[in-house]
Design a protein around this ligand. Sequence first.
Ligand code: GDP
Length: 702
Amino acid sequence: LMHLTKKLIEIRSMLLSIDQSDALKLPSIVVIGSQSSGKSSVLEAIVGHEFLPKGDNMVTRRPIELTLIHTPSVGKEIEEYGEFPALGLGKISDFSQIQKTLMDLNLAVPASEAVSNDPIDLRIYSPRVPDLTLIDLPGYIQLASLDQPETLKEKIAALCERYIREPNIILAVCAADVDLANSPALRASRKVDPLGLRTIGVITKMDLVPPDQGASILSGNRYPLHLGYVGVVSKAGKKSKRENTQDIVARGESDFFGAHREHFGASTSVMVGTDTLRKRLMDVLESSMASSLHGITNAVQLELEEAQYQFKVQYNDRRITAESYMAETIDALKARFKEFTTQFRKPQVRAKLKEMLDEKVMDVLEQLYWSDKRASELSTLAADPKVKPEDVEPYWRYKLDAASSLLTKSGVGRDSTLLVADGLRTLIDSIAAGEPFTFHPRTAERLIEFSHMILRDRIGVTSEQVENCIKPYKYEVEVDEREWEVGRTQAVRLFEKEVVMCEDKLKDIRKRVGGSRRLNGLMGYVKELEVKERERKQRRLTAIVEDAESGASVEDEKDDYRFPPAQILDARHAMLYSDRIGILKLRLAALKSKRCRGGPENDLLCPEAFLNVVADKLAYTSAMFINIELLDQFFYQFPREIDSRLLYDLDRREIVEFARENPTVRRHLDLQDRKDKLEEVMKQLNSLATLRPESSQTTPRR
Ligand code: GDP
C-alpha cells in the first residue's frame, strides 16, 4: 500500500496544477496550532532538518504545501534535497538555503496584506522521510499585539478554515503546558470535525508537564479524538551541523519517555514519540487517500468527459501548440507583407515619385515664372506664329536653365528615397497595428523597431546613389519628340487639375463668406486696403525723412475694419486663387497651342512641358535605383529579420508567453492542457485500480 500513497501524492500534485476546486482534491495533512505551540519543531522533527523560517515576527505568512517524497537510499550515501517547483531553482541540498528561501518568500508578502492565500510549493526528497503531504499554515495568534492588527487574527483564522475542510486531515498541535481548553487548533477542528474523525492531536513539550498529567492528556478523556493524541518532545536542543534532527529528537524522546515507562511504556495505551507520529500520519493519510480513491476517480472521470466534450465542440479536437501558433503568425505576417509589397512595384513607385516631382515643378514655375512681371509676354510670343525659336530673347533661356536646375538640384535623391521609405514604414506600421498583433504589443513594437532599423540603414546609401544617378540631368536634359509630347500632355493635365482645385477653393470661400456678391465686395475692399497701405508706407517714409529734420513724431493711422479679419483673410486667399486661375488658363491655352505642340525646340516658350519631361526622367531614374538599393534589399532582409528576431530569438518560455497573449489561443491551450492532464491523471488512477486487486492476489516470488 506504500506505493498507493506515493502515487496518489503525485496525482494530488497534478490535480492541484489543474485547478483548485474542492471537487478534485485528494487529502493532505493540514498542520494548525497557535504560535509557539511547537508546530515548526514537530514538522522539522518529521523531516529531520531545520528548514522553517524562525523569528519573533510572524514568520509564516503564506501556507507551505510541503510534499515529502521518500526516495530509496543508494548504499550508505543519503541524498536529501528540497525543490521549489514554481521557482525553478533546481535541487537545494543545503536546508539552511531552503530556510532562507522560505523566509524571503514570506517576507515578500506586503505588510498591508500580512498573510497571503497563495501557497508555497516545497518538495523534500529523502530516504529518511515518508511519503506525506503536509500543509503548514500561519500560527493562530493568541493575543493581538501592537504590531499585529486585530483583523490579522481573523485573516489567519479564515485561511485555516479554508484548509481544514474535507477531505483534509487536521493535525492539531497543542503544547502540553497549555490547557487544551484554550487550544485554538482544537477549537477550529471541532467546528469542522466535531467527532474528531479526521483530527489527530499532537501534544508537544511533554517534558514541561509532570508525566502523569501528560499521560492523562494523551488518553484523550477530556477532549476525545477518534484518531487519538500523540505526545512528543520535539525540541531539538543543541544544534549540531552533522547530526540529523530526527536522530536528536529520537534520542531525546527515548530518554524522556524511557524514564517514565510507567506512564508512556508499551503496556500503556498512549502514543508517544515523533516516530510514532510519523507512522500514524502515514497510516491515516494512506487510508484517507484510499477511501478518497473511488470518489476522486469518479470526479476526475466527470471532469475529463466535460473537458473532452468541450474540446471536441469548441475546437473539433484540433490540437495546437504555442510553437505552431507562433509559426502560423509569422507565416501570415510574411504573406501579408508580400501581398502589400505589390504597391511597391516599379510603375507604382515611379507614379508616386512623379506626383512628388509634379509638386516641385509647380513650385518652380510659381517661383520663376508666375511671379515674373513679364510672364504674359511668354504667352503672347507663343501665340505669335511669326516668332521663331531662335528669336526668343536669351532672358527666357536663362529662366528655363534656372528652372531646370532648381528642379534637378532640389534634393531629389533624398526626397524620393524618404518618400518610398515612408511608404514602407506606413505599411509595416499598419501591419503591426492589425490583428493578431493587437494581442502582442511587444512583438509589434519589435517588428516596427527592426523594420525601421533596416530602413535607416538603407536610406543614406540609397539617396546618395539616386542623387549620383540623376547628376547628368543637372547639366543637360535631352528631349526627343515623343518625350516632349508626353510631357506636354502631362503638363496640360496637371494644369487642368490645378484649375479645378483652385476653383473648388474659391467656391468654398464664396460659400463661407456668403455668396459671390459679398466676396466681390470683400475683394474690392481688400484691394482698397492694399492701395491705402501702399500709400501710407510711402507717406511714412517721407515723414521719417522729414521728421529727422523737424523732430516731430509719426502718427499711426488706425484701420477701420469694416469686415471681420477672418473674411479679410478669405478675400486675400480668393484673390490669390483667381490670379492663379488666370495664369493657369493663359498657360493652358499656350500649352495647347500649335507652338507648344510643335516639339522640343519650343522649350523656351513652353517651359511647363519641358520641366515635365525633366520630372519624368528624374522619376524614372530614381525609381530604378530606389528599387535596387532600397526595395530589393528591404524585401530580402525583412522576412529574414522576422525569422531571426521574432522566431529564433525566443526560448520555449517566451514562445508560450507570446502565444498566451492571444486570448483565443490561451483558452484553447488551457482547455487542451486541462484535458491532457485529466487524461494522464485518469490513466494513473486506472492503473492504481488494476494494481490493487492484483497485488493482493499475487504471491511473492522468491
Ligand atoms: P511554533 O511557533 O508553533 O512553530 O513553535 P516552535 O516550534 O518554534 O517552538 C516554540 C518554542 O518551543 C521554541 O523555543 C522551541 O524550542 C520550544 N519547543 C518546541 N518543542 C518543544 C518541546 O517538545 N519541549 C520543550 N521544552 N520546548 C519545545
